[in-house]
Design a protein around this ligand. Sequence first.
Ligand code: ADP
Ligand code: ADP
Ligand code: MG
Length: 444
Amino acid sequence: MFSKILIANRGEIAVRIIRACKEMGITTVAVFSEADRDALHVSLADESYCIGPAQVGQSYLNMEAILSAAVVSGAEAIHPGYGLLSENARFATLCQQCNITFIGPTGEMIEKMGDKDEARRTMKQAGVPVVPGSDIVESVDEALRLGAQIGYPLLVKARSGGGGRGIRRVDSEAEIERAFLAATAEAQSAFGDGAVYMEKFLFPVKHIEVQLLCDAHGQVVCLGERECSMQRKNQKLLEESPSVAVSPKMREEMMAASAKAAKAIGYRGLGTIEFLLSQDGHFYFMEMNTRLQVEHPVTEMVTGIDLVKWQIRVAAGLELDFTQKDVTLNGHAIECRINAEDPYHDFRPSCGQITMLHIPGGPWVRFDTALYQGYTIPPFYDSMVGKLIVHAPTREEAIRKMQAALCEVVVEGIENNRELQLDLISDERFGDGSYTTDFLAERG
Ligand code: ADP
Ligand code: ADP
Ligand code: MG
């Protein structure tokens, strides 16, 4: 096992990883930008290093500075969290070259799955159903030709896209030229890669994903599904496990398809296979995330398995000490993302000092955050500042527990989406589980 790990991230996920390390007896090294001197992850870690100015490009994405901090501190491994460098193949490879374990799959594997076009082809070959669509589209003419084959509406999607960005909807042939050119330009500036492909726009659909955990000894375990259909602009807002829409038989099928996918590519580490589930009960591979996910806590709650600890153990080469047969899904878990943004003003990000903070408690209520009273949220980073997670024997009880817990949350000094979350979980279509990814757009 590693004796020292550097956490190449910030915010709640850095705190989450530091906690896992502490429980495992592993020394922690934090890195931080000039804007994050007072951040919680810095005070919780055993050691910390400033790696550059506030802008992520110069700090949390600065591979040389992060690797230098790892070498200087003697860290044997780097945990990248989510976002930032977590799906950066070059960084994973650089770590390996510096003799530091990247806690995640190999650079090669990240490249294979991070290229969403190649991932689609790989999955098709492995016999996993994929969303109908095209390979890379090179020109407007090709987009027109393929568009006619796929049919409208369709989506133009960035090959290197992520975080819900780089996706454009096209409702008719007349819109395709503009969408293709805009998506290419947007993808080029956001991801440094302008390549796009097209997919049939499926609707109404649910977003269902399967959590995988694979060790270096060929063991593949699926930890049930998460439903992430509650989205705004293709970004997840709240997640739950299990999904009301997934029957035991469908769960078996989805987990079998996911395990097949993982085995086909020799995957190692924590990973997620994302599917779209149509109303006729068919599911289609959408993408694989080769990292820890924001919504991992709901899976932890229903399985009782600490995903971060296992991710670290598997990266250290340890064997899973349980098999698929040992995995049982208990009760129901829901997560609400608490974002520092103003739902009444087009979700504009909000920053500033937290003048009053009250975090809900009680049995089976978890609040993952890096906030503390008096902390000043800097304007440079992601607006997600906390995750409220509850667990109960039934979905009905989990919803009531979430309502009670949300009512208790107090984050004063900034705008946040707590009330929107309350509205969402109290909505009839959430209550009966029939909500699909277009729920927020439809609701207005
Ligand atoms: P998850 O898939 O874990 O639910 P999200 O899709 O919300 O998580 O992404 C997690 C974080 O990573 C978000 O802060 C998101 O903005 C960021 N992110 C994900 N993929 C990318 C990417 N390719 N480029 C930049 N940021 C990304
Ligand atoms: P990202 O890498 O940004 O997470 P995804 O490919 O996972 O991108 O898509 C993000 C979201 O966009 C999905 O959760 C879903 O709501 C929507 N989406 C993506 N592809 C399709 C599709 N073909 N049809 C309908 N919705 C889609
Ligand atoms: Mg996705």
